[in-house]
Write a protein that binds this ligand. Sequence first.
Ligand code: CTP
Ligand SMILES: C[C@](O)(CO)[C@H](O)COP(=O)(O)O
Length: 248
Amino acid sequence: MSEQTRTGRTAVVIPAAGRGVRLGPGAPKALRALNGTPMLIHAVRAMAASRAVSLVVVVAPPDGAPEVKNLLDAHALPERTDYLVVPGGDTRQESVRLGLEALPENIGTVLVHDAARPLVPVDTVDAVIAAVFDGAPAVVPALPLADTVKEVEPREKGEPEPVVATPERARLRAVQTPQGFDRGTLVRAHETVAVSGEGATDDAGMVERLGAPVVVVPGHEEAFKVTRPLDLLLAEAVLARRRANDGF
Ligand SMILES: Nc1ccn([C@@H]2O[C@H](COP(=O)(O)OP(=O)(O)OP(=O)(O)O)[C@@H](O)[C@H]2O)c(=O)n1
Ligand SMILES: C[C@](O)(CO)[C@H](O)COP(=O)(O)O
């Protein structure tokens, strides 16, 4: 563990600047309601539920930072949790980089968590943080796959795609967030790793490109990403089950 990780505090960067194109027309995805509360607020509360987290940096839609700041001001967080809002960029990678730039000096451990994963349980957050505190420079929560995966030769939409390979399913994991990092390692990855096109699809992948080790801890089925309309129904159902179980 670096000196900065050992002595520093823990912050979470929450990229929330995406439009949510796959969810369909409407407000930016992070601002859409789940059980009457914006998805972003669920995500922020899920991270602030960890006693280790002292700062949350929300990366807002580029033209929506004041609105997001007002939203956070209006929703209570634990007293121990500070928050900042910064405007995001064109890709998730760019938004995370802008969030990292806003971190104060005293932060040694950084988690990156999608606003689009509003229901991650605190035990998963704590497991990621514990693995970083134990010395791993990069940690990802992940689950085994239910489906068999094929690698294909991509074709135009609608055309049959030739299969190239079938990776051994037992060795594959579906990766979630929050992903946890020693701050220096993540900053170095964002400063040095160039990914063309839509950018890196996760932060741990950038650390892998640095050649630094990345480890996996168990993820959770409720940490799924709200991507398509069906995911909204699932999220509402999970919240209804929580309310029925424990009055959440
Ligand atoms: N320019 C971007 C793009 C994405 N994100 C964030 O990255 C997370 C994961 O991205 P995804 O689920 O793909 O969200 P969107 O980009 O909004 O979805 P879509 O691709 O359907 O538009 C989300 O919390 C999203 O707000 C971001 O901060 N900045
Ligand atoms: C970071 C991530 O959630 C890990 O599964 C995922 O890669 C984000 O992808 P998206 O296409 O930006 O939603």
